[in-house]
Each structure stands twice: as C-alpha cells, then as structure tokens.
Design a protein around this ligand. Structure first.
Ligand SMILES: O=C(O)CCC(=O)C(=O)O
Ligand SMILES: [Fe+2]
Length: 199
C-alpha cells in the first residue's frame, strides 16, 4: 500500500490510509478486543481534582511501561494475543514499529475525547501515532494551535490514521460527542515509549 497524501496544510503530518481491514476482519477484531481487553475507567486530574472519565481505556505494551498523562501514572499490561494481528498489520502498512498501544472504548456518541495533543515526554519529540478504528464510524477533528484551522475526517471501521512529524506540537485533536451515534467504537493508538523509568 502506498502512503496517502499528507492531510495537514502546515506543520505536521497526518495520513489517512482508509480501511486496512476487511469488514469481516474488523468485526472479528472488535468482538475479540471488546471481550478480552481489560477495560477500565480512566482517571485524570483536572484542575487538581481526580476525575473518572466516561469512556473506558486500556494500555498494553511490550514491557510494563509506566506512562504519565493528565498527571496520572499508568502501568502497561503485556501484549495479549488479540492485539498482535492488529499491531502486525499496522506495522506492515506504515513500515514503522510500535511498542505500546492505548485503547479507548466509546460505548456511544455520548462519549468522546476533548481537545488534546499526545505530546507526553515518554513519546519523544516527533512521535508517530497510528490510530486504528473499529466499530461505528466517528468524526475526528484536527485543529492547528496557532491558526485554529480545522481538518475534519470520518474514521471508518477498520481504518488507519497515522499522525507523525510535528503534529503533536502544532495541532490538537478531538473526537466530538454526538447524539446521532448510538453504537460503540473501539480505537487503538499504537505508540512508541522512548524513555521510561521503573519505580
Ligand atoms: O478515538 C480516537 O480516534 C482518538 C483517540 C486519541 O486521540 C487518543 O487516544 O489519544
Ligand atoms: Fe490523542
């Protein structure tokens, strides 16, 4: 598969590969991950308060990495067999390798993710983040920090979006909530933990 064009008009790179899994494969991965992933409510610190998010998340990796975001430190679980074929396909298509994966489960359009950048120190300076979508199609928006220019795309089931280069420095992204969507979606973001410490 050749690399799609860069969707970002300035500073950064985002490539939408479209569907990398057939409908049947995407359904199997969705079902397996829904059942086998250790889904947990996410805890974040907002204005010094501990908040439990609506959506569920999980974090897996090659080692038991510790990862801090929103001031909360999480420890990765080791890869499970259900994740490996998805990781392998993503690595094949992108030509990159990934040592960890953050998963999100949105049970309906009532759940989303607000504006943020994935610019944690653990990911290094110009992180490549490969995002796989399973389940219902959802809108995804990138917003340029300086100009507020927005790029919207529809993340189809079985699709892959790759963010790379300076994207996390110069752009934020979000998954807007919507009352129109009633079905669940699973998102997998493959990442590379570059530096980490054990306690
Ligand atoms: O669900 C999505 O497509 C976005 C997930 C995301 O931005 C993240 O996990 O950092
Ligand atoms: Fe993100």
């Amino acid at each position: 598969m050749s690399k799609p064009e860069n969707l970002l008009p300035l500073e950064g790179e985002a490539y939408y590969f479209g569907k990398i899994f057939s409908e049947a494969q995407a359904e199997v991965h969705f079902k397996n991950l829904l059942e086998q992933v250790q889904w947990q409510y996410d805890e974040v610190m907002i204005y010094g308060k501990r908040i439990v998010t609506q959506r569920k998340t999980a974090w897996y990796g090659k080692e038991e990495y510790e990862y801090t975001y929103s001031k909360m430190t999480k420890k990765a679980r080791l890869w499970i067999p259900e994740l490996l074929p998805v990781k392998q396909k993503v690595e094949e298509v992108t030509g990159l390798t990934f040592n960890s994966c953050l998963l999100n489960l949105y049970r309906s359009g009532e759940e989303g993710m607000s504006w943020h950048s994935d610019a944690e120190a653990e990911l290094g300076k110009h992180p490549a983040i490969a995002s796989v979508s399973l389940g219902v199609q959802r809108k995804f928006v990138l917003k340029h920090k300086a100009s507020a220019e927005k790029i919207e795309l529809q993340l189809e089931p079985g699709s892959l979006l790759l963010m790379a280069g300076e994207t996390q420095q110069h752009w934020q992204h979000s998954l807007p909530k919507t009352k129109k969507v009633k079905e669940p979606r699973i998102n997998l973001t493959f990442r590379n933990i570059k530096k980490w410490k054990t306690r």
